[in-house]
Structures are given as structure tokens and as C-alpha cells.
Design a protein around this ligand. Structure first.
Ligand code: ATP
Length: 434
């Protein structure tokens, strides 16, 4: 398959099956904004739940918060975003389109109309808004350009209100907004997106150890999530890419149709963030060790990834087109079952036989109390299988004439397409075992 084809095919599938819709499409759309459809929202919630379980629920030393999108504007002065969060841009003197010079051969000409290009200029990527209603008294503010800032703001409150002790982490999944100059490739570069972040607070003497720990942990998470492990790698930042406070930085990259691309960053933030916010707020953000009484500013290991970008990479990872023995072909999303929108689909073999539809409904009502399942009686069984394959439903359960006699159902596996008979009383175990 041509590599660009894959993005086009996934975009079409995502729309056709209610996974991702372009935002404001009836008005012609607005670049860099997307909505999740009925299937996509289930998948995204599962993805976020998986991260939360791995990063918070399964650990004793991580707690979560949920911070706001708008903060005090000084936050962004302290973080350096107002001064430094810029992209270089060149503008075409003829068609006035703007491009990032690193993405085009800017020494030459406009890639769209061949017009002459300006020299690069800086553009700030933050979205501005206003707090207050009275003209002249409004306070200029910004939408969060990175979700993690609220974690630093709440650091002291978390320490004072919970039982955490350094080393410990604060996790958050939150929206971020960047007025990207060249949004594109679905969620890869969006203007509104979500990030999952961990800020792990340590004593300086343990920084190296925890940095290595989280680097491996995050790679393990992605290995659990994706099927294709050779599409995952670490990329170490060269010296000239490092922030001045960072001793080291690694990205976890995924191999996309357009090459290796950042999925998540594992950052050595040192005491930069707490120092900055102490300085700009005038508040002492230091931590006192309850055992040794040592007072210090903790250092931070950050893991910061994009939820929507991971969602897109998951679609690349899962998408397959297969030729079947009968000469037909099928499209299937071989998604991690933890992320699939539904654990199973439930079908009555025929839609017009009361005994069978009643039995199928009864089973559906019973299973949905514990597992996310979907009922489908449209078209024939073959078409229903194709539909469920395209949204990655791991199992399809069919209630047929035999069910009425011996209380067994046919369970068909998404990946192998094998069918087995399973007793209804064993169905829940069968579905959760896989
Ligand atoms: P890039 O170099 O790709 O622009 P970045 O280095 O600016 O990314 P960070 O600021 O480290 O990214 O943000 C952490 C994560 O947030 C990234 O690894 C990525 O997964 C996600 N992310 C960043 N910008 C976007 C965007 N415009 N759209 C979707 N996800 C994004």
C-alpha cells in the first residue's frame, strides 16, 4: 500500500464509521480541529482509562489532578511560553500563505504559487482570550499551551492536602491549544488536543535513577498498546536540541507513513519549573522532607505525550486489508481489545424471528451490565462482521436456532475469524479472558 494512501484510507474509515469527524464540517471545516464520533469517543475514553490505570491506579506513588484550561496569565510568563513559544514562518509575497521554513525548501519559492518568499519571522503559538466582561477592565489570558503547567501550580496544594512524599508523581490528562502554523495529518498536528502528563518529583540525587525508570516504563506502556514493536523507538535529543536545564531528553517515536514521528517526550526538567513559579509568584514552593527535615526544591522527570496523536498512531498500527479465501477482501482494525469501542457485538442470526431476537436482546441486556457491547441486526451476518471488523470489535456473538435448544452461541474472533460455540453461562469469562 502506498504510504500516503494509508492516511487517506484511515481518514475515510474514521469518518465512515463514526470514529473521527472534521470539526464544523457543514461550514467548510476549520483547520486543525476534529471531533470524535460515537465509536471514537468510546475508544478515546478507553485509551485514557488505560493510561490512568497504568500511571495512577496501579501505583502507590502517583496521584492525579484535573486543572483548568485558562490560568493566571503570569503562568505563561514564568513558563517562558510568552517569550519563547514561537515558530519561524516565511510568507509568500504573492498568495500570502505562510509556511514553516523547516517543512519546505524556503530558499526557493512558494510551494503553492511559486511566488517569492519573505525572510523567516517569529509567530507565537498561544491562543489568547480575555477574562472579565467590562471593556477596558478585561484581563488578557491564554488557553493552556501545554497541559502540565497546572501540575506545577497545584504542587504545593497536593503536598499539603494528601499523604504524598517525595519521590512521588502528579498525573493529569488535559486539553492543550496551539495555534499551529501548519496543522495537518488528522490529529498529528492539531490546534486543540489532549496531553497525558506525569510530573514526577524527586530529590536531585535520585534524578538519574528516576529518569531511567520512567523512560523504560513509558516504552513498556506503548509496547502494550501497539502491535508493531519495530515501529517504536527512542530518539535521543542532540546537544543543540536540549533545553538549557536538561541533561538529557528522549522522545518515544512511532513509525508513521511519513517517517518516524514524536509520540511522547521524556524530559529532564530539573528544578526549572518550580524555580520559575516560585520566582514569578513570590511563593515558596520548596518541600521539607519529613524524615530528614531537609528543605529543597524537588527536581522533575516529565513524561508528556499526546492522547490524540497516540490515537492516530493506534489506527496506523491496527489497520489491515486482508484477502480472504473466498476471493473477497476485508478491512480490519486489529486494535488492542482494551481500546476497542466494544468488547463484543451481539447479533440475532435473523432479524425477523421473534424467539431469536428476544433471546439476543435478553443476552445483550445481561452482558451490557458488565461489559461494553453493541447490538446489531442490520443486513446479513457477513455485512455485520465487516462493519465490526472495521471498528475493531474483538468478538461477534451470534444467537441462532441452536441457541434456543442448547443455550450456546457462536463466537467469532476478529483476527483469526475462527468461530467457536460457547455456553451462555461461560460467555463473560470467554470475553474477558482474551
Ligand atoms: P512536535 O515537535 O511534534 O511539535 P512538541 O515537542 O512541541 O511536539 P511537546 O510540547 O513535548 O511536543 O508535547 C508533548 C506531546 O504532545 C507530543 O509528544 C505530542 O504527542 C503532543 N502534541 C504536541 N503538539 C501537538 C499537536 N499540535 N497536535 C497533537 N498533538 C501534539
Amino acid at each position: 500500500m502506498q504510504e500516503n494512501d494509508l492516511l487517506a484510507k484511515i481518514t475515510a474509515l474514521a469518518k465512515r464509521r463514526g470514529i473521527i469527524f472534521p470539526n464544523s464540517e457543514i461550514y467548510g471545516g476549520v483547520g486543525g480541529f476534529f471531533d470524535y464520533g460515537p465509536v471514537g469517543v468510546e475508544m478515546k475514553n478507553n485509551l485514557k482509562r488505560l493510561w490512568w490505570k497504568y500511571m495512577v491506579d496501579d501505583r502507590d506513588n502517583v496521584v492525579g489532578i484535573d486543572g483548568t484550561i485558562i490560568t493566571h496569565p503570569k503562568v505563561w510568563e514564568a513558563s517562558g511560553h510568552i517569550k519563547n513559544f514561537n515558530d519561524q514562518l516565511v510568507e509568500c509575497k504573492k498568495c500570502h500563505k505562510r509556511f514553516r521554513p523547516d517543512l519546505i525548501d524556503f530558499a526557493k519559492e512558494c510551494p503553492e504559487c511559486k511566488g517569492e518568499l519573505t525572510t523567516p519571522k517569529k509567530y507565537n503559538l498561544m491562543f489568547k482570550t480575555e477574562i472579565g466582561v467590562v471593556e477596558g477592565e478585561k484581563m488578557e489570558a491564554y488557553l493552556k499551551a501545554e497541559a502540565c503547567q497546572t501540575i506545577y501550580l497545584d504542587f504545593k496544594n497536593v503536598v499539603d492536602s494528601s499523604r504524598v512524599q517525595v519521590p512521588f508523581g502528579i498525573a493529569q490528562i488535559g486539553k492543550a491549544f496551539r495555534n499551529e502554523i501548519t496543522p495537518g495529518k488528522l490529529f498529528y498536528r492539531a490546534r486543540e488536543f489532549e496531553q497525558w502528563d506525569l510530573q514526577f518529583f524527586v530529590h536531585q540525587s535520585e534524578m538519574e535513577k528516576w529518569y531511567e525508570y520512567w523512560k523504560e516504563e513509558r516504552m513498556n506502556f506503548f509496547k502494550h498498546l501497539y502491535r508493531k514493536h519495530d515501529s517504536l523507538r527512542f530518539r535521543q535529543h542532540p546537544e543543540d536540541e536540549l533545553a538549557f536545564y536538561a541533561k538529557v531528553a528522549f522522545d518515544i517515536e512511532y513509525k508513521t507513513p511519513w517517517g518516524w514521528a514524536e509520540n511522547e517526550g521524556i524530559h529532564w526538567r530539573g528544578d526549572y519549573d518550580l524555580t520559575q513559579h516560585s520566582k514569578f509568584s513570590g511563593k515558596d514552593l520548596s518541600y521539607t522532607d519529613p524524615k530528614t527535615n531537609e528543605k529543597y526544591l524537588p527536581w522533575i522527570v516529565e513524561t508528556s505525550g499526546g492522547v490524540d496523536r497516540t490515537f492516530l498512531f493506534l489506527l496506523f498500527d491496527a489497520y489491515e486489508e486482508e484477502k480472504l479465501e473466498n476471493g473477497e477482501s476485508r478491512t480490519v482494525l486489529k486494535l488492542n481489545p482494551d481500546v476497542a469501542a466494544y468488547k463484543a457485538a451481539i447479533f440475532p442470526l435473523v432479524a425477523n424471528k421473534k424467539d431469536i431476537t428476544e433471546k439476543a436482546h435478553e443476552l445483550y441486556t445481561q452482558i451490557r451490565k458488565k461489559l461494553k457491547v453493541v447490538y446489531d441486526d442490520r443486513g446479513n451476518i457477513g455485512k455485520r462482521y465487516r462493519y465490526q471488523d472495521e471498528i475493531g470489535t474483538p468478538k461477534c456473538i451470534t444467537i441462532d436456532y441452536q441457541t434456543l435448544e442448547d443455550n450456546t452461541v457462536t463466537v467469532r474472533d476478529r483476527d483469526t475469524m475462527e468461530q467457536v460455540r460457547v455456553k451462555i453461562e461461560e460467555l463473560e469469562n470467554h470475553l474477558t479472558a482474551n
